[in-house]
Design a protein around this ligand. Sequence first.
Ligand code: FAD
Length: 384
Amino acid sequence: QKYIGMVEDCCCDYETVNQLNNEVLHPLLLDLVKTSFYRYFKVKLWCDCPFWPDDGMCRLRDCSVCECPESEFPEPFKKPLSQYNPVCQEGKPQAAVDRTVDTRAFKGWTVTDNPWTSEDETDNDEMTYVNLRLNPERYTGYIGPSARRIWDAIYSENCPKYASEESCQEEKILYKLVSGLHSSISIHIASDYLLDEATNLWGQNLTLLYDRVLRYPDRVRNLYFTFLFVLRAVTKAELYLEEAEYKTGNVIEDLKTKSLVKQLVSDPKTKAACPVPFDEAKLWKGQRGPELKQQIQKQFRNISAIMDCVGCEKCRLWGKLQILGLGTALKILFTVNGDDNLQHNLELQTNEVIALMNLLNRLSESVRFVHDMSPAAERIAGVQ
Ligand code: FAD
């Protein structure tokens, strides 16, 4: 049993997290994300990538490249493009987004801009509503230099792997959040993989699960960290989320949504076993606190901007959603100081709440898959 004791920098142990997730959180989240309110995500899917202007990766209209001055690009993004093979990933059916539209109106929510993300959330132009249930996060065939370049840019420019003796806790957080999300994406690829293209056979790929995630215990640890971090944000915003309006026009379903949110954020078992999944109060205390917060906010906004360069539509959809979800968690935990002020000062918009809960669900599924499938994946890999 590799994962015992406290999740690093968190306030709960692995066993408790697994138990709570299996018994309470995962079943509730699965029901919640099926509701109409949580099923639709507003997103701009065009690939307006500001970083690699002459990439030639995609020439489709919905993957156009915006022309920004060269001087704006960070150095590592200017690598000679000849090393990249300009293949458009958009053509693959499994990478395309099903845009079956549903123009339900969301009422009673304010629209404000999130300082942690690069997207202007108040800009409705070119935004579409996407039904997330029709577009599950899974294997899309997005591999090779284009995908690799995104991860490289995120890690090298915006959240370098920390040397444990040097970095303060705040600097580690961004790396761990991104790494945890990266693990989760890999786990979803492994759990829903195209095993045979000819017969369109989908299933689990436990070798991939082992090779990309389980082989590296810190990737698993970072997944648990990210899960607890987002869970803390959701439970910290308990009152706000309980009182929010979930209006889609179907009164009965909206009541169900509200009740599921209430059960999730105030579950007595979770409160007893893991009352504060992550303790944000101990951060930003030192002299460098405000400066560090600004730096990390800037890095996170950069990561959010890089999502426009993801060259596979469905990956871009889930990348944007999950980065917005993380940005919302950061906003809840770090923008407003003190629990007492939270209720008054916090303002979330529909899309942020949808992203936050869907992200928590994705992470919860990943934690469950790792927990359930590790023994079999390790047996196949011959390490058990
Ligand atoms: P990659 O996953 O590309 O990893 C690149 C490098 O990052 C690795 O070599 C390793 O050094 C490092 N690394 C890997 N995992 C971690 C970790 N957890 N923590 C720290 N470092 C790590 N593909 C799909 O099929 N479906 C999707 O929905 C999908 N969504 C994506 C969303 C985004 C935002 C991005 C950027 C890519 C997405 N992809 C998706 C592509 C997928 O993530 C991989 O890039 C692709 O499958 C190729 O994998 P790889 O083995 O080359 O390693």
